[in-house]
Design a protein around this ligand. Structure first.
Ligand code: ADP
Length: 254
């Protein structure tokens, strides 16, 4: 059996054959004081989660299902931008693997030709003043084949294998963790500005006609930009610009 292990962004590795969810496990470890850079990785998740308690399909041996513990000393209001940071780091990692079609749909879906390759779920614990820890859960479909996908994902999910990228999970993991580490230290050193610029470059949402379902409201319009907090700016037909903090975007076919 292949052990997922690298020596970057992982002073401590916790490897599990199976677990409920790596985020749950990582939060438990963080509560007990696990240090920054701790990585929890598993072969399969019994109850992987996306945002809003949606499920994340995590079959045995087919992907990189992991969570990373961070303890940054920036303000809690900055934490949501870590999700955008992860999306940037992952997309750059895929480009490095030769998957140049990977792009980011706001806020943090990584798509290849409209299909989802990665899910990211960031959870924070702390007070208004101080971050205690951030757990970043990341699920990357690596070896999954089209015919193995459950019915409801057949048209919306993809994997590295399905995109013709033939890479071992350990090698992909190494490239991804190095990229995450690099992006994180750049943010710690110089703030989020450069990372948000890179996000803009890698986005497949900006400039598009979109529909966004935000809590309480649905808007149609053009995604014009993100602001310095990572909120999406949408210009609706009457010319008003809406600032979207959370929601689901669908890009309207032209
Ligand atoms: P996030 O935005 O953090 O990625 P979502 O809530 O959008 O979280 O992700 C969950 C959704 O992704 C599910 O409702 C499902 O449609 C889809 N999904 C679940 N598992 C997978 C997977 N392995 N690959 C691609 N898409 C998936």
């Amino acid at each position: 059996k292949q052990i997922l292990k690298t020596d970057v962004f992982g002073k401590r590795y916790v490897y599990m054959d199976t677990t409920e969810s790596t985020n749950l496990e990582a939060r438990r470890l963080a509560q007990q004081g696990a240090e920054e850079g701790t990585v929890v990785v598993t072969e399969e998740q019994a109850a992987g989660r996306g945002r809003l308690s949606r499920g994340w399909y995590s079959p045995f041996g087919k992907g990189l299902w992991f969570s990373l513990i961070l303890r940054p000393d920036f303000a809690p209001v900055e934490a949501p931008k870590c999700t955008l940071m992860a999306a940037v780091a992952l997309t750059k990692a895929f480009h490095k693997m030769g998957l140049t079609d990977a792009g980011i749909k706001w806020p943090n879906d990584i798509l290849v030709n409209g299909r989802k390759l990665v899910g990211i779920l960031t959870e924070m614990s702390g007070s208004m003043e101080e971050i205690s820890y951030i757990v970043m859960g990341i699920g990357v479909n690596v070896k999954t084949k089209q015919e193995e996908l459950p019915e409801e994902l057949k048209l919306i999910a993809t994997s590295l294998t399905m995109e013709g990228i033939d890479i071992e999970r350990t090698e992909a993991f190494k490239i991804i963790l190095e990229s995450l580490e690099h992006q994180y230290y750049e943010v710690l050193d110089s703030g989020f500005e450069e990372t948000l610029n890179e996000w803009r470059q890698l986005s497949v949402t900006l400039g598009e006609e979109i529909e966004v379902r935000a809590p309480g409201n649905t808007y149609e319009g053009v995604a014009t930009d993100i602001d310095e907090d990572g909120n999406l700016l949408v210009r609706i037909p009457d010319g008003t610009v809406k600032r979207i903090m959370a929601g689901d975007v669908s890009i309207r076919p032209r």
